[in-house]
Design a protein around this ligand. Structure first.
Ligand code: NAD
Length: 394
C-alpha cells in the first residue's frame, strides 16, 4: 500500500504530515511513501531527506492523491477552509484520508468529504485513553502552542522574565498568569517557569491543581465550584453564564496583578468562555501582554481579534492562530509519530484492516462508503442515527 503526503496548502502553514523519521517504521509494515515535492521544506525536511529514507518524490499534487491508498495531511478540507476544497476532486471511494478535519465545524464540508466515498479519519476525535495517548495529535499541537505562546509574550513584554540581581540593581521577575491548565496551559506554565517568571494558573477542573503545582506554578483558588467540571473523556464541560460571571469577578484582581496572561480555556465544540473582559484589560499595567490561545474559537478575552495582534488600553492582545505551525520541525515530528502510532495497528500483512469494534477506529472514523458514519458527529448535527446503529441499539 502507498501512503501519500501532499504539501500542506493552507496559506502560511509550515508543517508537513509526515517527517522522514517515521518512514522506516512504515516501510517495515510494508507501506511505501510518496511525498509531494517540497512538502517538508518549511519544516526543515528537504526532499533529499525523504528520498534517503526510501520515499518517492512526486512533483504533481494530483499524482500523490492518485497513487496513494492512504493520504495523510495535517489540515485536510474541513480544517483547511481556505484551500482545502481544491483537494476534494482528488479523493475517491475506498481511499483513506487521515488528518485534522474539524469534524464539528461545518456539516456541509463533512458531507462533501463523505460524498467522495473516501474513508476519512479525524485525529481530533481521538479518545482520551491511555492506549490512544501516543496518537493524540491535538495534545502534541497544544504542547507546541503553549510553548510558543510564552516565547511570543516574552518577546512582546517590555520587561524580562527572570529576576536579576545586578550591579545596576535588582530586577523583579515577570508575573505570568495562565488561565486554563490543559495541555497547552501546562506547557505554558513550564516554559514561563524555565524563563524565570513567577507563574500562577487557574483551571475549573480541580484535578489540575496538582499538575500546576508540580510544574512550580501557584494554583489560583477561586471560591466557586464548577458543576460536573469534566466529562468522561477528560474535557471541560460548559458552565452556565452565571458561573462565568462569578469567575470573571474573582479573576479580575489576579489578572490586574499580572504582566502576562495566557488564556487556554476551551470547551470542545463550543465557543470559548469569555474570562477576561475589557474592564479587566483596562486594569492591567500598560505594556502588559495577553496571548489568547482560544482565539480561533472566539477567544477567552473579550477584546481578542481573531488572527491579529492589537493594542487596547496599552495592553498587547495576541490572538494569532496555529502557533504549532511556527515550530514546524518538532510539530511535524510529533504529528508524524502520532499518525504512525494510529496507522500501524490497522495494517496487517501490508493491507489495511479496519476493526470497527476498536474504540480508537470507531471514534475517529468520520466518513465511509459515501456516508457520515460517526455517531458523535451525527448527534452533534442532529442527523438521524444510521440504520446499522439503530439496529445496534435495539
Ligand atoms: P482543553 O484543550 O480541552 O481545554 C483547556 C483547559 O481549559 C482544560 O484544562 C479545561 O479544564 C480548561 N477550562 C475550560 N473552561 C474553563 C473555564 N471556564 N475556566 C478555567 N478553565 C477552563 O484541555 P486539554 O489540553 O485537552 O487537557 C484537559 C485534560 O485532559 C488535562 O488534564 C490533560 O492532561 C488531559 N489529557 C488526557 C489525555 C489522555 O489521557 N490520553 C490526553 C490529552 C489530555
Amino acid at each position: 500500500m502507498i501512503v501519500g503526503v501532499p504539501r500542506e496548502s493552507y496559506p502560511g502553514e509550515r508543517r508537513v504530515a509526515l517527517a522522514p523519521v517515521v518512514i522506516p517504521s512504515l516501510a517495515k509494515a510494508g507501506l511505501e511513501v510518496v511525498v509531494e515535492a517540497g512538502a517538508g521544506v518549511e519544516g526543515g525536511f528537504p526532499d533529499a531527506e525523504y528520498a534517503a529514507k526510501g520515499a518517492k518524490i512526486l512533483t504533481e499534487r494530483a499524482e500523490v492523491f492518485r497513487v496513494a491508498d492512504i493520504v495523510i495531511q495535517v489540515l485536510c478540507y474541513g480544517a483547511n477552509d481556505r484551500t482545502g476544497k481544491a483537494d476534494v476532486p482528488f479523493l475517491r471511494r475506498g481511499q483513506v484520508l487521515i488528518g485534522f478535519l474539524r469534524p464539528l465545524g461545518s456539516l456541509e464540508t463533512i458531507r462533501e468529504i463523505a460524498a467522495t466515498g473516501v474513508t476519512s479519519f479525524s485525529i481530533e476525535l481521538m479518545p482520551r485513553t491511555t492506549r490512544a495517548q501516543s496518537m493524540d495529535a491535538l495534545s502534541s499541537m497544544a504542547t507546541m502552542s503553549g510553548y510558543k505562546a510564552v516565547l511570543i509574550a516574552a518577546d512582546t513584554l517590555p520587561k524580562i522574565f527572570p529576576m536579576l540581581t545586578t550591579a545596576a540593581g535588582t530586577l523583579t521577575p515577570a508575573r505570568v498568569l495562565v488561565i486554563g491548565a490543559g495541555v497547552a496551559g501546562l506547557q505554558a506554565i513550564a516554559t514561563a517557569r524555565r524563563l524565570g517568571a513567577v507563574v500562577s494558573a487557574y483551571d475549573l477542573r480541580p484535578a489540575s491543581k496538582e499538575q500546576v503545582q508540580s510544574l512550580g506554578g501557584r494554583f489560583v483558588e477561586l471560591p466557586i465550584e464548577a458543576k460536573d467540571a469534566q466529562d468522561a473523556g477528560g474535557y471541560a464541560k460548559a458552565q452556565d453564564e452565571d458561573f462565568y460571571r462569578r469567575q470573571r469577578e474573582l479573576l479580575g484582581k489576579v489578572v490586574g496583578e499580572s504582566d502576562v496572561v495566557i488564556t487556554a480555556a476551551v470547551v470542545p465544540g463550543k465557543k470559548s468562555p469569555v474570562l477576561v473582559t475589557r474592564e479587566m484589560v483596562s486594569g492591567m499595567a500598560p505594556g502588559s501582554v495577553i496571548v489568547d490561545l482560544a482565539a480561533e474559537r472566539g477567544g477567552n478575552c473579550e477584546l481578542t481579534k481573531a488572527g491579529e495582534k492589537t493594542v487596547e488600553h496599552g495592553v498587547t492582545i495576541i490572538g494569532l492562530f496555529n502557533l504549532a505551525s511556527t515550530v514546524p520541525y518538532h510539530a511535524s515530528q510529533m504529528y508524524a509519530r502520532n499518525i504512525t502510532s494510529f496507522l500501524l495497528p490497522m495494517i496487517k500483512e501490508g493491507k489495511l484492516q479496519l476493526n470497527l469494534e476498536d474504540e480508537i477506529v470507531h471514534s475517529t472514523l468520520v466518513t465511509q462508503g459515501g456516508e457520515v458514519v460517526n455517531s458523535r458527529i451525527r448527534e452533534f448535527f442532529s442527523l438521524p442515527p444510521l440504520v446499522a446503529e439503530q439496529k445496534e441499539t435495539k
